[in-house]
Design a binder for this molecule. Sequence first.
Ligand code: SAJ
Length: 430
Amino acid sequence: MELRSKILDRSARVGVVGLGYVGLPLAVEFARAGFTVTGIDLDQSKVARVNGGDSYIGDIPSTVLGPLVASGKLSATSEFSVIANLDTVNICVPTPLRKTKDPDMSFIVAASEQIANHIHAGMLVILESTTYPGTTDEVVLPMLTQSGLRVGRDFFLCFSPERVDPGNRKYQTANIPKVVGGVTPECTEHGRMLYAQAIETVVPVSSTQVAEMVKLLENTFRMINIGLVNEIAMMCDGIGVNVWEVIDAAATKPFGYMPFFPGPGLGGHCIPIDPFYLSWKTKQAGIEARFIELAGYINSQMPHFVVDKIQNALNDAGKPVKGSRIHILGVAYKRDIDDVRESPALDIMLLLRKRGGLLSFTDSHVQDLKLDGETLRSAALEDGLRDADCVVIVTDHSSVDYRGVLDRARLIVDTRNALKGMVSDKIVRL
Ligand code: SAJ
């Protein structure tokens, strides 16, 4: 039976390579839609936890994962040979940046090699990992056509950007519109058809490059606007204007404006990283991505700006940073999640440690934090507040009682406006 029919009657055997914050939710949605799904991941602990119905992704409760595994709709393995029996494969592997801000394509290449080893006629392969425009056609396609199979006839190849906002209760995989672009129109149609079985809105585009570029525009848009508002915060600080009041008032404009908020820096595995895939690619074409470079620089300066504020606040209290007990409140890269990747809290803590600060932290979502080879454990809030010369709110979780924090702390540097509306000379704001 041809692939179209298998997709439409959900008998197509679906594979997802990479069971992280993108791959596992996607695998779950395909399984919920009625497909039999095989997750493939090199990490044996992830494989075991999926097969045990035990979710490690905040947005996927085990109460959702468990029944899908128990019914046989979803299983996981580390064996890529299963691909020989699959009809579709989505690649959801990491695309980190090297320290030199060059793309690290090793995960995409490794996954593509494995798929190339087991590819067969009638397969649909979709790359979801965020990458530079051209990756699907220039890196993945040649590896798959080595099999002698022809794209658009014997197999189908697409790119579809992942759009996951970890912790977002309103938008999850099934109701986030899915952009998909194929190497040929037949590829696009196959990709559209597959997603249409599990996701409410599918947006086909004319090529893989367009689909790859859509994602980079989305995330570059965020990174640059966050950089802009961080620079506005530093300007307001310099001229003595309350940037938070300015932003709240500007946000009353019902058109032509979208609020972004200053913070201690840019965290996460997407926003600080994805735009540099674009600037790397355009540099190859001799085009300087000046907005991206400038926003990247401004965002990277925020931890230094925050540490200077902390130093000045302690100084005003007659205390040097050196020897002061500084308690960090919230170390995840954004509110209400447990992910510390690229979190500005790490930069701030390292800078403070270099100046002799004595550090502790509390984050109800993060138990342990590796800092410069040492592992710090999240302290009870009471303990952290009691001994601290200065409390720094780096990430504001909705579970924290900030009024209570204000009552017990001696001095607070609030980088997220978590103490909005509270008045006290103990509070230092961005
Ligand atoms: N941040 C600010 N000011 C803001 C917004 C964010 O400082 O006004 C900071 C956050 O604290 C965080 C970083 O920027 O450190 C990234 O924030 P984020 O809200 O973009 O969080 P991510 O990276 O988990 O999620 C993003 C998605 N977020 C939203 O659309 C709200 C989206 O950009 C992508 O779909 C997703 O990453 C992805 O997977 O690419």
